[in-house]
Each structure stands twice: as structure tokens, then as C-alpha cells.
Design a protein around this ligand. Structure first.
Ligand code: NI
Length: 224
């Protein structure tokens, strides 16, 4: 299940990110790669320990906390501190799967869900599509600045070569309370259906009973 989450960052926050990043010292993106991914990867990254990265990382974390759609789609148990990368012309990241476990900055998580939050506007660069493969085929993603895509970390994915401009994004992993992807997708569909039903028919008795079903499934499946 891939979910597009619009306007995670406000235009002002996107502008702040770009301002900080213009002055930042970027390093080789392979510092966070596993052995397999390192062979495919050619991009730049903000060092995790840099004060700029900390400031922006906290900004993204706070924004996620205010996003009901992220909460519902991901059911986060723990979010790994968001990182930032940049692709300039010629840079790319070939097909790979993200490491199953991530540690750093005192955190260690199982990566259930991968997220990419676009900071560059699509008109600022050519190429740089995120391609995610699942059982339904390959999905190409290029979103407005401030928007985010979340997808199962089990998916093979890649970033196509940049041919003009720079593509800047934040990326991070989340351990979900719901390890199983199919269960997570089912809970998300149920939650969205309840919200729609409650919007159209606020007094309908099924709103309460379906909400109970949602919470009781969550109670059965959640690792907290
Ligand atoms: Ni990846």
C-alpha cells in the first residue's frame, strides 16, 4: 500500500529547509547504506550529526505528529530521525531494498514503512522519479514540495537519474505497531471508511460499532 500524504510541510517550512540546505556541507550518501545498496547508490546526504540536520529532522518529526493521515496509514511505533538527501545531475539510486534494521542516534528500529518527503518542486528538476515496485507493477512518484509518499519498506525501489537541477528530499523509516503489511492496509481502509461514513451520516449507529471493530482489531494486532 502506497499512500500520498499532501502538505506535510507548509510552504514556509519548505523554504526554511531549502535555506538551511543551501549552506550545508553535503557528504557522500553511502554513509547510511547497507553493502548491497552502496553499489547502487550515488547521491549526497546531510551528516546525521550536523546541527542543520537536527533542526530540520525535528521539524519533520513534529509535522508527522500533526498528520492524521500519516498516523492512520503507518500506525507508528517509532520513527527513525528523518535524514536528507540530494541528487544532482547524473546522480541516481538503482534498484534496492532498504535495510531491515536501522540503528543510529541511540535508536534501533525494524524498518516497516519507508517515507520520502519531497522538498524540491517537481519543476526544479528532471528525472529523479521514485519508482516503487509491488505486486501490481512499478509506480512512479514525483510530488509537490512538502508532500510525502509512504510505502512498505519491503518493496524494491529506485530513484531515476537526474538530468537537470537538484532533487532534495527527506527520507526516513518507521517501525509500525502493525508489523504485517496486509493488516496495516486493512486497518487503514477501515479507518478511512469510518471517517467517510461519519462525515456523510454522523448519526449512523454503524459509526460506533465499526469504530469498536477498528480498535478491537488494533488491540489484537498492535505491538506497543
Ligand atoms: Ni531506499
Amino acid at each position: 500500500m502506497m499512500v500520498h500524504i499532501p502538505a506535510v510541510l507548509t510552504p514556509d517550512q519548505v523554504a526554511r529547509c531549502r535555506e538551511v540546505m543551501e549552506k550545508a556541507a553535503w557528504i557522500d550518501g553511502n554513509v547510511t547504506s547497507g553493502h548491497q545498496a552502496a553499489k547502487a547508490k550515488n547521491n549526497l546526504q546531510l551528516p546525521e550529526s550536523a546541527p542543520e540536520a537536527r533542526e530540520l529532522s525535528n521539524m519533520v518529526l513534529e509535522a508527522l505528529g500533526r498528520s492524521p493521515l500519516f498516523m492512520s496509514a503507518v500506525l507508528p511505533k517509532q520513527v527513525f530521525p528523518p535524514l536528507f538527501n540530494r541528487y544532482d545531475p547524473g546522480m541516481t539510486f538503482g534498484n534496492h531494498v532498504d535495510n531491515a534494521v536501522r540503528s543510529g542516534n541511540g535508536a534501533r528500529i525494524r524498518t516497516d514503512v519507508s517515507s520520502t518527503l519531497f522538498i524540491s518542486s517537481p519543476e526544479d528538476y528532471d528525472g529523479g522519479e521514485l519508482i516503487v515496485e509491488d505486486t501490481y507493477g512499478a509506480h512512479s512518484v514525483k510530488l509537490p514540495a512538502g508532500d510525502m509518499i509512504v510505502y512498505p519498506a519491503t518493496s524494491l525501489h529506485r530513484v531515476t537519474p537526474i538530468t537537470r537541477g537538484s532533487r532534495i528530499a527527506s527520507f526516513f523509516w518507521t517501525q509500525s505497531m502493525i508489523r504485517d503489511e496486509a493488516q496495516r492496509a486493512l486497518l487503514f481502509d477501515l479507518d478511512m471508511s469510518i471517517i467517510r461514513l461519519a462525515g456523510d451520516h454522523p448519526e449512523h449507529k454503524s459509526v460506533v460499532s465499526l469504530t469498536a471493530v477498528y480498535h478491537n482489531l488494533l488491540r489484537q494486532w498492535a505491538e506497543v
